[in-house]
Design a protein around this ligand. Structure first.
Ligand code: NAD
Length: 439
């Protein structure tokens, strides 16, 4: 069986490589010719642990290939996964232009039955639009060809994407025909055989499941950040509270970490899109609205701590920022909390030195000459008045604080992810700030 994956980003490339690893013949399609050229040469367009080995192995073994034109391979496949971007539009709704362009392209060129599966995160009500876009093109061509649409939202996490795809908690599939259901069952059979469940439902519910999942996870983060603020005010310690509530099986331990706010290409845009979808139906999402508000405020917390440390006078101060991606193990800086911290620091007149293990190129493209780019955590701390940890990459965990102290001009450390030991930092003479604990 041969399938096409349209969109070769974080989701599409991982999906393609993992399906190929399961024995399917996969063609990955992307309109970005540079991405396709890179992939043909064995060079990955994204940073994701394990992706290079998996892609190159499956390409060498002939199960994974790449093209920049869907039309070239459309006749060879009956199932097309669409994993193109759905960025936020100006009003916060998901912009469906790429999703609908893929649908139109399928409708314009198909000669026989096709199943178009939307893997991108799309608002409830998108499937009828996808179906309409294909049908319209078929009508223009005066053809009556059967096709199906389906929804198969993706739940992988950047940084653990391959593990998540290969061992999903569940696969959610929305279908509206038996033929589509059977095709999807066949594709996911290796996963079901490995013990991972597939949950079939109607398409609207599948589309909604993705948003409900992301909004629920974002809610946990904002909830914990709000509790952390109250911990600081009352003298409680958020880490103890987290352990205390996480050991309750009804609550569980995941997504309970207070920090510098959530970011990335999913939570912020999906939370916004859910609020907008609700508005379109004359409904106000009160909880989800609050989740977004709390997070917007939280993204400024590292800056507020720095401001507190320097008594509202950051002008001329040199601040070192450790970690720029929205979370560790990815090169993704979309909507990263670091960008908010840096912008606020620059507006306050501070000099900013930055370091991230993988996203320096991306950050330089975005910030140009506004900040100083450094080689490692120690280089970043050179002559700094303060160091602020924003993203908890592993290499920031075991720091030689004696050396950092010698390199720095000041002694302020803001730990935006609560990974350091307050007692150790204090005994080394640092003025240490964290989230959700009294300093
Ligand atoms: P991405 O921006 O990394 O990749 C999208 C790719 O689609 C780009 O390479 C782009 O060039 C390509 N593209 C756009 N239009 C195209 C067209 N007409 N034909 C061929 N290629 C086209 O995006 P992503 O992060 O992989 O996300 C894709 C979707 O999956 C989004 O809806 C996102 O919300 C969802 N999602 C993302 C994640 C994640 O962690 N990144 C997780 C789950 C779901």
């Amino acid at each position: 069986m041969k399938i096409a994956i349209v969109g070769t980003g974080y989701v599409g490339l991982v999906t393609g490589a993992c399906f190929a690893e399961m024995g399917l013949n996969v063609v990955c399609v992307d309109i970005d010719k540079r991405k396709i050229e890179k992939l043909k040469n064995g060079v990955m367009p994204i940073f994701e642990p394990g992706i290079e080995v998996l892609v190159n192995k499956n390409a060498e073994e002939g199960r994974l290939s790449f093209t920049s034109d869907l039309v070239d391979i459309l006749d060879d496949v009956s199932v097309i996964f669409s994993a193109v971007g759905t960025p936020p539009g100006e009003d916060g709704s998901a912009d469906l232009k790429y999703v609908l362009e893929v649908a139109r392209s399928v409708g314009r060129n198909m000669k026989g039955y096709k199943l178009l599966v939307t893997k991108s995160t799309v608002p409830v009500g998108t499937a009828p639009k996808v179906r309409e876009a294909i049908q319209k093109e078929l009508n223009i061509r005066g053809l009556d060809i059967q096709f199906d649409v389906a929804s198969n939202p993706e739940f992988l996490k950047e940084g653990a994407a391959i593990k998540d795809f290969m061992g999903p908690d569940r696969v959610v599939v929305g279908v509206e025909s038996e033929r589509a259901k059977q095709l999807m069952e066949r594709l996911y059979k290796p996963f079901v055989l490995n013990g991972f469940p597939i949950i079939f439902m109607d398409i609207a519910s599948a589309e909604m499941t993705k948003y409900a999942a992301n909004a629920m996870l974002a809610t946990r983060i904002s909830f914990m950040n709000e509790i952390a603020a109250l911990c600081e005010a009352t003298g409680a310690n958020i880490d103890s509270v987290r352990k205390g509530i996480g050991s309750d099986k009804r609550i569980g331990t995941s997504f309970l970490y207070a920090g510098a706010g959530y970011g990335g290409s999913c939570f912020p845009k999906d939370v916004k899109a859910l609020i907008t979808t609700a508005k379109e139906f004359g409904f106000e999402m009160k909880i989800v609205g609050a989740v977004e508000k709390v997070n917007e405020h939280q993204k400024g917390i590292v800056f507020r701590k720095l401001n507190e440390a320097f008594k509202n006078d950051l002008k001329g101060k040199t601040i070192a920022i450790w970690g720029l991606t929205f979370k560790p193990d990815t090169d993704d800086i979309r909507d990263a909390p670091s960008l908010v911290v840096i912008e606020k620091l620059l507006n306050a007149g501070a000099n900013v030195r930055v370091f991230d293990p993988v996203s320096m190129e991306e950050i330089e493209q975005k910030l140009g000459k506004k900040v100083m780019y450094c080689k490692n955590p120690y280089d970043t701390a050179q002559d700094a008045d303060a160091v602020a940890l924003v993203t908890e990459w592993k290499q920031f965990r075991l720091i030689n604080w004696v050396k950092i102290k010698q390199l720095m001009n000041g002694n302020v450390v803001v730990d935006g992810r609560n990974i350091y030991d307050p007692a150790e930092l204090k005994s080394e003479g640092f003025n240490y700030y964290s989230i959700g604990k009294k300093h």
